[in-house]
Design a protein around this ligand. Sequence first.
Ligand SMILES: [Zn+2]
Length: 243
Amino acid sequence: MILDAHMHLGEDIIFNTDDSEEALLAYMSEHGIDAALLQTGILPNDPKKANQRLYDLTKKYPGKFFGAAVLSPYTERSEYESFMHWAVKDLGFKALKLQGFAYCAAPASPQARKIFDTARALNVPVIIHTGNGVPTALPSMAIPIAKEFPDLKIVLAHAGGGMYGCEALIAAQTCENIYLETSWCSVLDLKSYVETIGCSRLMFGTDVPLNAGVELAKYRALKLTDDQYEQCFWKTARDVYGL
Ligand SMILES: [Zn+2]
């Protein structure tokens, strides 16, 4: 069983991708990926429509697709809260995402704070983009907010994205409520995460269909035990997101 904890559906104007429902089903079947946690593309023109499109896929394939909601942190607080209430309570989404890179908002900034308050009220984890987009996307930027919200599960998407992999490790070592989703991190980083924080705080993710084979090869290169693979490939995401 493999669960991809990081995939996008639809147009992404930052990374110039536009993966359709058919493209998602095709990469999953090609790589033996059973389920995926979806987000919209970055900076969608119409966030409501883009999140609704995720929902439509989760509804069509129950247990195969799940949603994580994204909205600009610059949205006025009450509007942000009601949007996320709709996403979690009506659409059944499993997490809120801070795309600090696209919106230039650090986790502890006044704009982003509403994401953590809202996630706590709705009892869902927050996914924070890390890697490209410094300084807002530095993994260390998540440490103060993770300490302030110790009851909230925080997932560092891309685990520092290669360049800041060692910082992601320090963040996870510093805060027990920080988990790492490992798309784009190096194989050496991945090895050090397995050996230090352990598989119960690591989750497999791909980010784009084209990257799925690379991410699988990275894990397979480490020759982990069956239990370790099961933990990274689906159990951590299941437990963190309550899937
Ligand atoms: Zn992504």
